[in-house]
Design a protein around this ligand. Structure first.
Ligand code: CS2
Ligand code: MG
Length: 408
């Protein structure tokens, strides 16, 4: 048996997704997610212009060998485009292997280590009232953990906050369909540092101590600013503070650690285990935030999470709406199987997306389960996908109030 065809499907049911379809000579189909927000077509080209012809005729069962062939064989290592392309191939091959075995993927990864996967939702609001309504809404739906983002007085639309007004929002989309150029936002770290701790104080007052609270700094603080912030929010018992500083600088996390016990999460922009080497061996983080889609797939993520486990570090796999339902399913199978699971991000996809991707994962009282269909449990409907044409969309660019470009 061998790989007979490789197709790349670009579809935009409200947002862009790149999906890989691998079909074997005996007709088994595997799906992989290759979506890289704002740079989708580069990965589509990497797959169809370069990898597709290399894959035809290969034994679909040799997943590790194919991974090494694509990673080492390219000579050019790492990077989000390469690693998203490899991830898609890897996911599709695991999907095929599990379908052939007649088992849900998590069984091949060692079987379930838990009954369900605790997930966190995105609660946001331009002001406290809107945020509080969103938290209430998610609690009513059964969520036990929420990421909290709110507007900062004096600033306009900022990351992580739905512009759509109060209430529970399922469709916060960071990428904007703004034509040829990204939209621009403004930022001021001083105003943020002065505002945010008070928001957590009010949340704890209103909602008590049970709720798990997460927060994303989105790479905007300097190391000493992040240290101050992590210390200021300590009394409010955050589950984690994510991306406090830009991820490229691994040793910045040492400074935050010296000042605070607030748990730290980082890694959604990382793409290999090497990005974590210092962070893990020096125990500078508590949660690994990589996406299966951007970190070389299931094969690479399993190794990364096993490495983290040795140091008592847990998973917090990236799961925003720019990860397709295929990438989300891959995360859920890993979450269920590994021992060092922490939490899973969950931003439900919109209805159009769920028409294109038929999922079998289920939500119950704050926990997701990947389902028991053979493989990943997600199938793409090509006819439905064909109705949604690719539309350029970019993540915003961020500027300080004086016009300096800052991290978004
Ligand atoms: C965010 C993401 O989910 C998160 O933690 O940081 O929504 C991020 O902004 C997007 O994935 C960017 O594409
Ligand atoms: Mg994030």
């Amino acid at each position: 048996m061998s790989i007979a065809s490789v197709d790349v499907i670009v579809t935009s049911p409200g947002r862009n997704f790149v999906t890989l379809k691998i079909t074997t000579s005996d007709g088994v189909v595997g799906w992989g997610d290759a979506t890289l927000n704002g740079r989708e077509l580069s990965v589509a080209s990497y797959l169809s212009d370069h990898l597709a012809s290399m894959l035809i005729g290969r034994d679909e069962d040799r997943i590790e060998d194919t991974w090494q062939y694509l990673y080492r064989g390219a000579y050019w290592r790492r990077g989000p485009v390469t690693m998203a392309a490899i991830a898609a191939v890897d996911m599709a091959l695991w999907d095929i292997k599990a379908k052939k075995a007649g088992m849900p993927l998590y069984q091949l990864l060692g079987g379930a280590s838990r009954d369900g996967v605790r997930v966190y939702a995105h609660a946001s609001g331009t002001d406290f009232e809107a945020l509080s309504n969103a938290i209430t809404g998610y609690r009513e739906l059964g969520f036990t953990a929420v990421r909290v983002q709110t507007g900062v007085p004096g600033l306009g639309q900022i990351y992580g906050v739905s512009a759509a007004g109060p209430g529970v929002r399922y469709d916060y989309e960071p990428a904007k369909r703004s034509g040829d150029r990204p939209a621009e936002e403004t930022w001021d770290t001083r105003q943020y540092l002065n505002h945010m701790p008070g928001v957590f104080a009010k949340i704890r007052e209103e909602f008590g101590t049970d709720l798990r609270l997460l927060h994303d700094g989105h790479h905007r603080m300097s190391p000493i600013e992040a240290a101050r912030f992590a210390k200021d929010v300590e009394p409010y018992d955050l589950f984690w503070l994510e991306d406090a500083t830009p991820g490229e600088d691994q040793t910045a996390l040492r400074l935050i650690r010296q000042h605070s016990t607030t748990p730290l999460a980082i890694g959604e922009v990382f793409n290999t285990v090497y990005d974590y080497q210092t962070l893990i061996t020096e125990r500078l983080i508590d949660y690994v935030r990589s996406a299966v889609t951007h970190t070389g797939g299931i094969t690479a993520m399993k190794k990364l999470l096993d490495f983290a486990a040795i140091y008592g570090i847990r998973s917090g796999i990236h799961g925003p709406t720019d990860i397709s339902p295929v990438g989300m399913a891959a995360a859920l199978h890993l979450d269920l199987a590994i021992h060092n699971f922490g939490i899973q991000e969950y931003m439900p996809h919109n209805e159009q997306t769920l028409e294109v991707f038929q999922t079998s994962f289920t939500f119950d009282k704050g926990f997701l389960h990947p389902g028991d269909q053979p493989g990943l449990g997600v199938e793409l409907d090509e006819e439905a996908a064909g109705a949604f044409e690719y539309t350029k969309a970019y993540l915003p660019v961020n500027r300080l109030l004086d016009g300096t470009v800052h991290d978004w």
